[in-house]
Structure formats: structure tokens, C-alpha cells
Ligand binder design. Structure first.
Ligand SMILES: Nc1ncnc2c1ncn2[C@@H]1O[C@H](COP(=O)(O)OP(=O)(O)OP(=O)(O)O)[C@@H](O)[C@H]1O
Length: 438
């Protein structure tokens, strides 16, 4: 099942077992599936009369079918034209909010030897777009501030010219978006969106490598923007020379402008980041404690942030001061997570298949029997939380499902774990057992 529309097709075929063909043809013909948001399935119907009729007579049937498909309860909401238009308008605004957020700015970015070149290049691009470095490509390991810097660029450009069109996309989403656009016959709209941008930001561009059609589209978008003097900023986890599956014509273009790397911060920078983050959270950390954190959490800034968030949570939960014991506990938690054994998706599937006594092919496949659905969702959740696979890559493991189906499954498990302690315990136990197989 690959999209909301596929889910809806499934619901309709289930309803055929309960309602007559005429009923379905008469009342359901103007309904279209729009989205799944959390546990709410959104439909749209322009005809108010039919909408009201379905709401009063058939909601139970729709909910029951969704329950059969996903083994969980759903709310169903039918949007009228006004709601529907609102839903579509809200989305673009959300993205632009990130560019005006005070969180990811140059002011909140701590500069040190490991990132000063990337910082200086970003400031230059923000102040003089498409003049000095086009494209700008920032590369480096995860959690070292690449996304922070491109948001900061967008922030300045938006501030200097509130009308500037900024397009932001993640490399893996670009492929998904293209697939959807092709399916819905909307490639022209998609092109328009990116080729009109004054500033194009592509985060984790390495994900387009090896994707033939995405690279083809991106090549033309790149050329259009570049030739008309618009700024392009890319981030990736490696330099273009190491993107083995990237087409040469893109590789050379990525290298036209400036390549800058971000490296793990040194002790002084880590210390400054710890102090900054703590201050932003309104927490006072004794110098000794800040230094202790900076000495022990060294891999990346995301871990430093995670440690500070944990200390804050312990303080809120336990009401204790930031003594060395609390901090050590928070750091150990962080480090344990980062040193964890990383199982392969195959190892996770193998364990779940035994646990549920289900054939692996059933878990990977499309069958919707109850156990298979739960086993599949748990497997997706565990692969996401125990490996570094992207949603897209996980989808491939499960019969080429798309990333939104994977995301949906993961959210279901997260919600169920929050609501149901014994279920959470069971998932934890499966995880521990997989970990113990190292
Ligand atoms: N030098 C820095 N100063 C302040 N905060 C930083 C710095 N570097 C990173 N951060 C913070 O660390 C977190 C992770 O950074 P970010 O998301 O930018 O990493 P990334 O390099 O894009 O990683 P990924 O490749 O995984 O997306 C963010 O909350 C960011 O604000």
C-alpha cells in the first residue's frame, strides 16, 4: 500500500462487502482521500449534502475498515472546500516559519575552528546571494550544524527581502516528491516550484545519487537557477568526489562553487555550545559541570544538545540539582545510545519473524492479517530506531512501500507505546533481545 489513495481504495473495496454497489456509487463518488495526520484520516467532499449523509450514516463503516487495515483506531474527518483550501494553505507557511525561527540563526551558531569556514561562507552567501559562492556545498557528519547553517542563510535572506522565494527540500524527499508528481501528473507544478526559487536549499543532497530520474530533474533545475543568477545551497554527508553514484555532470556542478566542511567541534567550542544551549533553556550549569560534559561528549553537537536536554528532564522529573551524578547519568545514557551495536535490517526481521512465528516474506509483504500488520509496524519502528536507514530505504525493505507509509507505521507504534505500558515493555524486550545477539 503506497499512498493515502491506495489506503482509500482498500477501504472502498472492504465497504463493498457491507454496502451495495449502488450505495457506494451514489454516496462515495465525490469523496477523495487527502491525508493521514496522526490518527486522523482526512477525506474531502465538495458536496455538502453527500458529506452530511456519509457523516451520519457511514462513518462507522469507514472507521471499521481502517481498523481492519491498520489494526488501530482512526478518527475520520471529511473536509469541505473551505477546510480543504485551508489545509493546503497552511503547509507552505509552516516551512517558511522555520526560516524566521530564532532558533537556527547565525547568532545562535557557536563558531570554532571546526566550522569557521562553513560559517564564514554561509554568512557571505546570505549577505551576497549568487555573487561569490554558487553553489555552496557544506558537508560533514551528522549533527554538526549543516542544517542550522542553511536555515540561518534563509533567515537572513528572508529578513533582507521578505518577498524572496525560498525552496527547501531534503534529498530523499525530492525523489518521493517526484514520484508523487509523476503519479499525479503534476511534474510541471513541481518544476515551477523549484525553478522559481530565489534561493534553493537542498539538505542531504547525497540521497539523490543513484536515482536516475531525480538526478535528471535536478540537473535541469540546477541549470535554470544557476543561469538566472539564483543561489543554491547544498548539504551532504560527504564531498561530491565520494558520492560514487552521482552523475558526473552533477558532480562537476556541485564543485563549481565552494565546498566547505564541518568537523566535530574541539573542546573549547563544545564548552561554548554547552553553555549557550543551557542558557537558552534557562538552566544554570556550574562551570565544572559544563566542562565535564564538554570533555565527555565529543562526537557531535546533537549529542551535546541531547545531554543537556536529558539533564533538564532529570531536573524536572526528580527536582534535583545538577550534581555530578545526574550529569554522569545523562552522559552515560547519551553515550550508550551512540555506542550501540547497529544490527542489520535482516537481523531485526529475522528476530521478529521468530517472535511472531511469521514468515519473513509475510512481514515484508502486503498481507493485512492482524499479526502481520503489527509485526510489520514493529519491524519498521525498530529498523528506524536501531539503524541509520532513511524512511525511504526502510520502505524498500518492505516491498517498496513509500516513506509516508513507513512514517505512518512508526508513528502508530510510538503512539501505542505511549498509551500502553505493556506494549511498550514488549517492544523494549524485543529490542534488548536483538541487541543481545551482537
Ligand atoms: N556550532 C553550533 N552552534 C550551535 N548549535 C549547533 C552548532 N552545530 C550544531 N548545532 C545544533 O545541533 C543540532 C544538530 O545540528 P544540524 O541539524 O544542523 O546537523 P546536521 O549537520 O544538519 O546533521 P544531519 O546531517 O544529521 O541533518 C541542531 O539543533 C543545531 O542547532
Amino acid at each position: 500500500m503506497n499512498s493515502v489513495a491506495d489506503v482509500w481504495d482498500n477501504v472502498l473495496s472492504q465497504l463493498k462487502g457491507e454496502l451495495s454497489e449502488t450505495t457506494i456509487a451514489t454516496w462515495f463518488d465525490e469523496l477523495e482521500a487527502v491525508d493521514i495526520q496522526g490518527n486522523t484520516f482526512l477525506l474531502h467532499c465538495s458536496n455538502d449534502f453527500k458529506k452530511g449523509y456519509i457523516e451520519s450514516l457511514f462513518m462507522k463503516n469507514i472507521k471499521a475498515s481502517l481498523h481492519d487495515i491498520f489494526s488501530t483506531d482512526f478518527e475520520v474527518k471529511i473536509l469541505d472546500d473551505l477546510d480543504y483550501a485551508e489545509l493546503n494553505n497552511v503547509r507552505p507557511n509552516r516551512q517558511s516559519e522555520r526560516f524566521t525561527s530564532a532558533e537556527f540563526t547565525f547568532e545562535t551558531f557557536v563558531v570554532g575552528p571546526s566550522n569557521k569556514l562553513a560559517y564564514a561562507a554561509s554568512v557571505s552567501v546570505a549577505e551576497h546571494p549568487a555573487q561569490n559562492y554558487n553553489p555552496l556545498l557544506i558537508y560533514g557528519d551528522s549533527g554538526l550544524g549543516k542544517t542550522h547553517l542553511i536555515y540561518a542563510i534563509a533567515n537572513v535572506i528572508r529578513r533582507n527581502d521578505p518577498r524572496s522565494k525560498i525552496a527547501y527540500v531534503k534529498g530523499d524527499d525530492l525523489t518521493n516528491e517526484l514520484v508523487d508528481a509523476i503519479r499525479e501528473g503534476k511534474t510541471a507544478e513541481m518544476r515551477e516550484k523549484y525553478r522559481q526559487a530565489d534561493l534553493l536549499l537542498v539538505d542531504d543532497v547525497q540521497f539523490i545519487a543513484g536515482k536516475k530520474q531525480t538526478q535528471e530533474e535536478f540537473f535541469h533545475t540546477f541549470n535554470t537557477l544557476y543561469e538566472s543568477g539564483r543561489q543554491i545551497v547544498l548539504t551532504s554527508d560527504r564531498p561530491p568526489s565520494e558520492m560514487t553514484q552521482l552523475e558526473d555532470r552533477l558532480r562537476t556542478r556541485f564543485e563549481w562553487g565552494l565546498l566547505v566542511d564541518v568537523a566535530p567541534p574541539d573542546f573549547e567550542t563544545r564548552l561554548a555550545i554547552v553553555k549557550n544551549k543551557a542558557a537558552l533553556l534557562g538552566m544554570e550549569l556550574p562551570d565544572k559541570i559544563s566542562a565535564y560534559i564538554a570533555e565527555n561528549v565529543t562526537a557531535n553537537v546533537r549529542q551535546l544538545e541531547g545531554t543537556i536536554n536529558k539533564i533538564l528532564a532529570y531536573k524536572d522529573l526528580l527536582g534535583n540539582d545538577t550534581d555530578e551524578e545526574t550529569v554522569t547519568r545523562a552522559i552515560q545514557d547519551m553515550l550508550r545510545r551512540s555506542n550501540e551495536y547497529v544490527p542489520t535490517p535482516e537481523a531485526i526481521l529475522e528476530y521478529i519473524s521468530k517472535y511472531y512465528s511469521l514468515d519473513e516474506s509475510v512481514i515484508r509483504g502486503q498481507q493485512r492479517v492482524r499479526d502481520a500488520v503489527s509485526a510489520r509496524q514493529i519491524a519498521m519502528y525498530l529498523i528506524r530506531s536501531m539503524t541509520n536507514l532513511s524512511l525511504d530505504e526502510i520502505g524498500k525493505v518492505f516491498d517498496n512501500r513509500d516513506h509516508s507509509t513507513v512514517l505512518y507505521s512508526i508513528q502508530q507504534i510510538e503512539k501505542k507505546m505511549k498509551k500502553d505500558a505493556s506494549f511498550a515493555e514488549m517492544v523494549k524486550e524485543i529490542k534488548t533481545n536483538i541487541n543481545s545477539k551482537r
